[in-house]
Design a protein around this ligand. Structure first.
Ligand code: HEC
Length: 415
């Protein structure tokens, strides 16, 4: 029988693959157009209505691009739109979030030390918060505040800090940062879908009908694009952060995430200025380095993970119990203690260089092992990914079969 969990893991991998590819296409196109915009120069023989032009060389040919600020005198028959990169990134990201943080929410989303939530409650908060964030942001952009762009940016930042703190009060650190990234990315895609695209369509329709489009549409699109520009880099950081326990495993994770949004502004400001004027303001790198040093310092502040003692004394969640009560648990637990715990401990004792558990995965107490059943089964039962083959040589095929038997008993009732 082909294992359903293995198949599911491949689905997750495929969706992640798609997500990274579409995100590269979106961010790549976005960076390209920002750079192009800032590099445009006026020329003598430009057609009517043109604002600037740019010559580029790439892939064996020369490109000559002209930008029309409002529109060309005559609309071309064929117009290429850039929108699917953004939509596909959001859609694949939403599916990936569901696969990891909803379907495996017992492991990755819920933290019984922070909030006693049932999985469905966690899922409602997860999905609901992403939607509400956009509604608040959109209302703020449409209000009178839009006349004060700097204030609007500060307000957006304050909202992100509040969300960062809020998510960290209820979800695991890892899920909190990931959700903050998704919250931000949802605003970005919604900007494209609900604002930038519809406004652009109105302008195109006006031009085709021979009307002069209202300049306000271009202005709205500009504000939203500027927000997107500054949010891009932090979002990528937050999406990657779940691979780095130092980023999410401290009680200051919410401050780390907030500071990252500032680096998004300092780094983008350098490149934006450089594309426009030929040189960038170097002080932005000094600020970025200072921010990163603060982040690195915060990250080694006491880890937020429960202590071994807390983990040993806390009552098992129903999910954990279903694995701890399954047949073969004791044998599997013994295998894990003997082959995994030296590294995957709150205070690893594998060697002096290992200061925290790899990936923040703890496999010490019965609760730990029950909670991580799926991961243990995939990493050490079905595959030989763990333990690292050169580090631990005591793991036998029989040990792996014990893990497989235990996991299957718990999930399928198979012996
Ligand atoms: C010698 C130290 C060591 C031992 C022993 C060890 N691991 Fe790991 N484990 C690691 C490292 C290092 C990583 C991070 C790998 C990476 O970043 O790709 C890791 C990662 C993991 C992950 C997370 C994988 C992911 O992609 O998120 C799981 C789950 C895991 N190990 C389970 C186990 C199990 C089960 C055992 C025992 C059968 C075990 N490990 C034994 C060092 C160890």
């Amino acid at each position: 029988m082909y294992d359903y969990l293995a198949l599911w893991d491949w689905v997750a991998f495929a969706v992640r693959w798609l997500h990274v590819i579409t995100a590269m296409a979106w961010i790549g196109a976005s960076f390209y157009f920002i750079a192009l915009d800032l590099m445009l120069k006026p020329a003598e023989d430009m057609p009517e209505g043109a604002y600037g032009e740019e010559w580029e060389v790439h892939g064996g040919g020369f490109y000559h691009t002209t930008k029309y600020l409002v529109a060309p005198a005559r609309m071309p028959e064929h117009l290429t739109w850039h929108k699917w990169q953004s939509y596909m990134t959001w859609l694949s990201g939403a599916v990936l979030l569901m696969i990891i943080y909803w379907v495996s929410g017992e492991i990755y989303l819920l933290d019984p030390n922070k909030a006693e939530l049932a999985l469905w409650q966690g899922i409602v908060i997860s999905g609901g918060s992403l939607t509400i964030g956009w509604l608040i942001y959109d209302a703020a952009c449409k209000s009178k505040l839009s006349e004060h762009p700097t204030f609007l940016m500060l307000l957006l930042f304050a909202m992100l800090v509040a969300m960062s703190w809020g998510y960290n009060q209820i979800f695991t650190g890892r899920a909190a940062l990931l959700h903050l990234g998704a919250f931000t990315a949802t605003i970005m895609t919604a900007n494209v879908f609900f604002q930038i695209m519809p406004n652009q369509r109105i302008v195109v329709a006006d031009l085709k009908a021979g009307r002069t489009p209202d300049a306000k549409y271009g202005k709205i699109a500009k504000v939203r694009s500027t927000h997107n520009n500054y949010l891009t880099l932090p979002v990528v950081f937050l999406m990657l952060s779940n691979h780095y326990p130092l980023a999410f495993g401290t009680e200051y994770a919410w401050i780390i995430a907030s500071l990252i949004f500032l680096t998004g502004v300092t780094i983008r400001h350098y490149f934006n200025t450089m594309h426009a004027t030929g040189t960038g303001p170097h002080w932005t790198w000094a600020v970025t380095v200072i921010l990163m040093v603060i982040i690195a310092w915060l990250s080694v502040a006491p880890m937020q993970f429960e202590t071994s003692e807390e983990a040993e004394t806390r009552a098992l969640t129903p999910y954990e119990k279903s694995f701890a009560d399954a047949e073969g648990f004791e044998e599997a637990y013994r295998v894990v203690l003997g082959n995994c715990s030296m590294c995957h401990a709150r205070e690893p004792f594998y060697d002096d260089n290992m200061l925290w558990a790899p990936r923040g995965v703890h496999l010490e107490t019965q609760a730990d092992v029950a909670r991580q059943a799926k991961a243990i089964y995939l990493q050490a039962g079905l595959s030989h990914a763990m333990p690292p083959p050169n580090a631990v040589r005591t793991m036998t095929e029989e040990n792996r079969r014990a893990i497989v038997a235990w996991y299957r008993d718990a999930t399928l009732g198979e012996k």
